[in-house]
Structure formats: structure tokens, C-alpha cells
Design a protein around this ligand. Structure first.
Ligand SMILES: O=c1ccn([C@@H]2O[C@H](COP(=O)(O)O)[C@@H](O)[C@H]2O)c(=O)[nH]1
Ligand SMILES: O=P(O)(O)OP(=O)(O)O
Ligand SMILES: [Mg+2]
Length: 208
């Protein structure tokens, strides 16, 4: 498994603004979407292309289009939803599946409450998105659901990852590439990433 940290200055700048506890929900939401769009640029770098001929106003150009297997994004609800505007701006033809998980406050284990996937998900390359990879159990569960649905090729994209989350993913799905913007120190007793940026879902939707 490869962990790719996206160290583009724009991504790093936006992460700093998201970390700031004074950043309110409107700005936080915009930053999550913008960061996701920038990260998606890297996560889709290996999409296959083919050359076609296209009529321009001045003649015929040999030019590339994306070819091969189609893409689906799967946000882990709720926080993953915040990344979708940016991703769909970049890849408007992608289909979207939803996996709803919340973490039990005592065990920190994910509790599944909703799954809706495109009918042809097994024929698509999938990028699972969640701003935070903490214990890694939500991401592992989401990928398990997708594998059971027949998905062969899956990547995971988060804004901040913990070493524990990366290790959990590596143990469960060593073949899944992880794209992250930052790798932080670790988890606190409540399984939040330190220093992190708090509860991403609450900050996106203003619920706390
Ligand atoms: O600092 C944090 C840590 C976690 N979250 C939310 O929890 C899940 C991921 O947690 P796992 O422990 O990896 O299952 C993720 O959906 C986040 O929304 C958070 O917001 N902030
Ligand atoms: O993983 P959680 O419990 O933080 O869920 P949500 O994304 O709904 O905040
Ligand atoms: Mg939350």
C-alpha cells in the first residue's frame, strides 16, 4: 500500500485554516470542498487516457480523453459529504455511493446506518472519502462493504490521517492506496486526531 501525502502549498495552506478553531462552518465547508478538489487532482493522476481526433474551429486535433473504467466516489457520512462539491466539480460524470457510519462514543467503533451504492459499482474504480482517518475503523468498514459489493479497485482519500489509522488500513487492506494532506501525531483518549481539526462533521454542519 502506498500512502501519498499531498504536500501542495495550496492544500497545506487550506489545512492550516481548517485547523484553526476560530474558523466557522461556512469557511470550514468551503475549505473542505476546495481541499478535496485539489487532492482529487492527484488521486486521479493515473486515470487511463486514449487519443481521439476532435474537430476544432481551425482543423482536426489529436487529443486525449479519459478512457477505461468509470469512477465512483463514496463519501462516508456525514463528514465525507463535505468533500463532494469539490470532487463533483472536477469529475461531474462520476457516480456517488453513500455509506453512513457514526462512531459509538464509548467503543469508538463505527455503527452502520445507511448504505446506497450505484447498481454498477462493481464495474467502477472507487475513491472513498472522509476528511479524517482516526482509528481507521470507519474506512476499513466502508472498504469491506465495497469489496462485498464486488469493487476491485479502491482508493481512500482523507485530509488528515493518524498513524494508527494508516496502520489499521495497512493491516486490513494493504492494496488500498491512501491519499492524505497531513499525517498528525496520533489519537487522544476519545479517538480524536491530535492536533487534527476536531470533529469534521460537526464543523461542516455546525452541529456543535
Ligand atoms: O479527529 C477526528 C476523528 C474522527 N472524526 C470522525 O470519525 C470518523 C473516523 O474515525 P475512525 O476512528 O477512523 O473510524 C470520521 O468519519 C470523522 O468524521 C473526526 O471528525 N475527527
Ligand atoms: O464518525 P462520526 O461519529 O464523527 O460521524 P459524523 O461524520 O456524522 O460526524
Ligand atoms: Mg463526527
Amino acid at each position: 500500500m502506498a500512502v501519498q501525502r499531498i504536500d501542495h502549498p495550496l492544500v497545506q495552506h487550506k489545512i492550516t485554516l481548517m485547523r484553526d478553531k476560530m474558523t466557522g462552518p461556512k469557511e470550514f465547508r468551503e475549505l473542505v470542498a476546495e481541499t478535496a478538489m485539489l487532492m482529487c487532482y492527484e488521486a486521479t493522476r493515473d486515470l487511463p487516457t486514449k487519443e481521439i481526433e476532435i474537430a476544432t474551429p481551425m482543423g482536426v486535433a489529436k487529443s486525449k480523453i479519459i478512457s477505461g473504467r468509470k469512477l465512483a466516489f463514496v463519501p462516508i457520512l456525514r463528514a465525507g459529504l463535505g468533500m463532494m462539491d469539490g470532487l463533483m466539480t472536477l469529475v461531474p460524470a462520476a457516480k456517488v455511493g453513500h455509506i453512513g457510519l457514526f462512531r459509538d462514543t464509548k467503543s469508538h467503533e463505527p455503527v452502520e446506518y445507511y448504505v446506497k451504492l450505484p447498481e454498477d459499482i462493481a464495474e467502477r474504480d472507487v475513491i472513498v472519502v472522509d476528511p479524517m482517518l482516526a482509528t481507521g475503523h470507519s474506512a476499513v468498514q466502508a472498504i469491506r462493504i465495497l469489496k462485498q459489493a464486488g469493487v476491485a479497485n479502491v482508493k481512500f482519500m482523507c485530509i488528515i490521517a493518524s498513524p494508527e489509522g494508516i496502520a489499521a488500513m495497512q493491516a486490513a487492506y494493504p492494496e488500498v492506496d491512501i491519499y492524505c494532506g497531513a499525517e498528525d501525531q496520533g489519537l487522544n483518549a476519545d479517538a480524536y486526531i491530535v492536533p487534527g481539526m476536531g470533529d469534521a462533521g460537526d464543523r461542516i454542519f455546525g452541529t456543535k
